[in-house]
Design a protein around this ligand. Structure first.
Ligand SMILES: Nc1ncnc2c1ncn2[C@@H]1O[C@H](COP(=O)(O)OP(=O)(O)OP(=O)(O)O)[C@@H](O)[C@H]1O
Length: 306
């Protein structure tokens, strides 16, 4: 049985400017134990898809299941199988951390859950905050409590919607260590993020959304490999020769050109030298997901124009 399935999920919003297609026939499956990344630029539809998965919003058409349970036909059963860490901080300011976690446990019908609550507090570095009121916690600490709250009923599928936006490095690292441990113990993780290096480091498979459509769905390693290995990056004030300009990504003075191997690095540099282009700060680096992402998006734009 799959951990999560999205079957032809579409969502339209009626706006003052007409109908907005936020999701367009999105289909993919996440297998149990996967660490799955959902990436996409602002407005791609990530949060809309997560809201539908969490049962907070209905798809216009299509079907979603969590651990074999239809999210809309059996919403309560689906919720038990899912732990969603939301983007925003939602909490009752009058509860202490432990009270908030006990309250959440009660919601799931788990009255004696303190052993697991203690494990969560320890794993998320919250042990000495257990008796602190939620309103007295720093933003980062509140975020840790959001994670603990989402996990209080030991859901087999964990969803993290931009969990590290605006979070300091230390918390990011400890949060990831904890989530990775749960994943090793068998939890399925679905992560949406803008931090591509995070997705690259953690996710075994990635779906990329753009304008409500899945534009890539692949193993992370394959995705990185498919989009060539290296990028030559340099600064210049001059125009590039046409052959290179056509394939370069230029941001102000910085140009980046994709290459497959060392020979191609030499060819690119030779072409630039022949054209009399003066370079500064030349470097060659391995293509990362950011490069792949930009390239994919450029390809799709070209296809759309064609
Ligand atoms: N309730 C709504 N009513 C109308 N339009 C909406 C509504 N919710 C989302 N949208 C639109 O749907 C599209 C997808 O939005 P969504 O928030 O899912 O994107 P996202 O990928 O999560 O973006 P971000 O990275 O900025 O969070 C956007 O164009 C957004 O403006």
């Amino acid at each position: 049985m799959s951990a999560v399935t999205f079957e032809q999920v579409s969502k339209q919003f009626r706006t003052s400017r007409g109908v907005l297609q936020a999701l367009d026939q999105v289909s993919f499956t996440i297998e149990p134990g996967e660490f799955f990344g959902l990436l996409g630029p602002n407005g791609a539809g990530k949060t809309t898809l997560i809201s539908i998965l969490a049962g907070l919003s209905r798809p216009s058409t299509g079907r979603v299941t969590v651990a074999g349970v239809d999210v809309h036909a059996q919403p309560l059963q689906a919720r038990r199988r899912l732990g969603v860490v939301p983007q925003e901080l939602v909490f009752d300011p009058f509860f202490t951390v432990r009270e908030a976690l006990r309250f959440q446990s009660g919601y799931f019908g788990l009255p004696r859950n303190d052993d697991w609550i203690d494990e969560l507090l320890a794993g998320l570095g919250l042990r000495d905050k257990a008796d602190t009121n939620m309103r007295q916690l720093s933003g980062g600490m509140k975020r840790r409590v959001m994670v603990a709250q989402a996990l209080v009923h030991r859901p087999p599928v964990i969803v993290l919607d931009e969990p590290t936006a605006g979070v300091d490095v230390e918390l990011r690292q400890s949060l990831w260590a904890f989530i990775a441990q749960l994943n090793r113990q068998g939890s399925t993780v679905l992560l949406t993020t803008h931090y591509l290096e995070e997705a690259e480091a953690l996710c075994t498979r990635i779906a990329m959304l753009r304008a409500g459509r899945v534009v890539a769905l692949e193993r992370t390693a394959a995705l990185l490999q498919r989009f060539s290995a290296h990028v030559v990056r340099f600064k210049t004030d001059q125009a590039l020769p046409p052959a290179l300009a056509a394939r370069a990504r230029v941001t102000g003075r910085i140009a980046q050109i994709k290459v497959h191997d060392a020979l191609e690095v030499e060819q690119v540099l030779a072409t630039l030298r022949q054209a009399g282009v003066v370079l500064e700060d030349v470097e060659v680096h391995k293509a990362d997901l950011e490069d792949v992402f930009l390239e994919l998006m450029a390809q799709r734009r070209q296809e759309a124009v064609a």
